[in-house]
Design a protein around this ligand. Sequence first.
Ligand code: FAD
Ligand code: NAP
Ligand code: SF4
Length: 674
Amino acid sequence: MTHPRYPHVFTPLDLGFTTLKNRILMGSMHTGLEDIPGGFERQAAYFAERARGGVGMIITGGIIPNHEGGGGSKLSTPEEAAEHRIVTEAVHAADPDVKICMQILHTGPLAMTPDAVAPSAIRSRIGRFVPNELDEDGIEKQLGDFAQCAAMAKLAGYDGVEIIGSAGYLLSAFLVEKTNLRTDQWGGPFENRMRFPVEVVRRVRAAVGRDFIVIFRIAAMDMLEGGMAWDEVVTLAKAVEAEGVNIISTHFCWHEAQVPTIATMVPRAAFASVTGRLRKEVGVPVITSNRINMPAVAEEVLARGDADLVSMARPMLADPDLVKKAAEGREDEINTCIACNQACLDHTFGGKLTSCLVNPRACRETELNYPPVTLVRSIAVVGAGPAGLAYAVTAAQRGHQVTLYDAAPRIGGQFNLAARIPGKEEFSETLRYYNRMIEKLGIDLKLDTRADAAMLMGYDKVVIATGITPRRPEIEGIDHPKVAGYVDVIMGRVPVGKTVAIMGAGGIGFDVAELITHQGTSAAMDIAVFAKEWGIDFANHPRGGVTGIVPEVARADREVTLLQRKASAPGKGLGKTTGWTHKLTLQRRGVRMVGGVEYLRVDDEGLHTLVNGEPQLFAVDTVVICAGQVPLRALYDELVAAGVEAELIGGAYEAMELDAKRAINQASELAAVA
Ligand code: FAD
Ligand code: NAP
Ligand code: SF4
């Protein structure tokens, strides 16, 4: 029967020898579970939970075919295949109709080993080693290892493999002129440059036989100066199709690209039209991806004919039940991925286990659980910011009776401020999710209610999540009319002049700079604006999608300087995978960034400082304070003094280096044992 809301999403896809039950797959993500002791058991739980959650197909994190392929988990022997069986059996036991394919990842020039190999000995901008140029025997060995890895994946019980041919890894290094300087049959004209990837597909197909899914991940846009031209993308797609791939999956960047492709300021489904163009050129089904985080977006993309399948990777970390909720008409219960990268990619690139800011259980399925309670307690939670919300919802899900207080007229705390920053519109999805869960779980929500100790006396337990208050540095003139706090500026309660100094260059200082230098439509909400600001030409598709295109960012109509006391470069503490985008955008708008500042006083002339010991006046109309926060915990102290069982969480517990990831994680861990 056709699904009333998502007819395309819930139409099965017949691959001839096997059928995918719907059009949503969980895209490949390296989580770190691949590489730790006990990792197979943990992956089994992690993937099985997503299989139960309704996804049609799962692609694992990348598994290397040989030592040269990188530092991760390797599959090349029957003994290694036996360990993978733990994962495939768990997924098939959870739902026999869910397919699981293993990604074969050879990182080529990006491998963290001096034995790294590549078509030419060219070090990547982000690579650690100069790779060793492959000779003819070396190429033959790599091809054999790909085939062996695929054969072992079949032995391990996978339904298929995905070969990654993009992102700057081995296969894509052959495809692009600047990383392939060879003059033999593996380099030079495109038909030679594509020989290696096509041969990999041929060998893999020969190794696994016909009835086994083979997916090729192609860089439909490299996002790289001198990347593949459109006709080359099409030629490659047709060639791998001819060698027997069942599905082509489109990918949109090299890791070294200077264009954001999945961060929260990227519009939803921004790249799907490129997949749509490729789909017209090939006969096999194509997958699109990137910033498709809700079923309605997936449905639109499929209905437009841009793809046959939609890959959602991070959204499956955020909510393992996403597909099931869509199927059952419960999409308002989806805990949406807000594309912050804070607990997933930032962790991966920081060498930590992946998780999720909005779902700290992600990748911790065997250790962080929320079992039903045996003793129901009445719990008051004070403060409905991220910490209080996570605690209240988790405790209520477990069966406790929860009352949630907030002094404000709406839930969300500081997340309401975050959602007002252009490029962070997705943050409001988290508040939509929590509003719905409060309603569904019957949490007694008391808004516009500033809780005091007297109100909280009758509960079995009180949880204080009252957050923070912004810090006001104690300098002369801090009460001058030129001085404004970030809350008033973000809420639009105070006028901001044409010349502005921002005191504090942390996450909030950067966000305020973004807000007050931004003009027109937010790039996150408009693909054309996004393309212009980041220099992408979707229509003409020059090499890599970006060659020769100059980003057009409107200079700010006010002069803004971001200041910090530390001598280091401002922005250093921002997210590993997103900080550079914020910095680059502000620099393009003309924002100045100054470190090594000592604040002296504010007066009618402006902000007086010492910069690296030298007096400097910032003659500005407005000084915005973004100087961090201090915890609001007086209520907790009062309750403890009165003998009430109370717990402190979020910013109220510790404001230093607090973010929503830590607030939600701490609250969830405590509510799990409440
Ligand atoms: P808060 O969010 O401060 O919530 C506390 C709540 O308690 C408030 O709603 C308040 O009204 C209520 N309250 C206080 N006292 C009482 C009382 N007596 N009775 C009833 N209610 C009371 N974090 C990230 O991880 N990523 C980001 O990208 C990010 N961007 C941000 C952008 C901006 C502009 C801002 C301001 C913050 C951003 N943050 C970000 C930080 C993040 O929002 C905070 O770390 C998080 O909100 C802290 O959660 P909390 O629940 O501890 O406190
Ligand atoms: P923050 O990142 O800790 O930055 C505070 C800033 O204030 C720093 O620049 C600090 O640098 C300065 N400062 C501290 N004490 C000061 C003092 N006494 N006088 C003057 N300046 C002082 O905190 P935030 O910007 O307030 O952000 C709060 C939290 O929200 C952060 O933990 C952040 O992670 C999170 N957040 C994250 C994002 C994101 O994109 N991931 C965005 C916004 C907020 P100096 O001491 O060097 O001056
Ligand atoms: Fe999405 Fe952020 Fe969770 Fe990563 S950490 S999955 S980007 S919500």
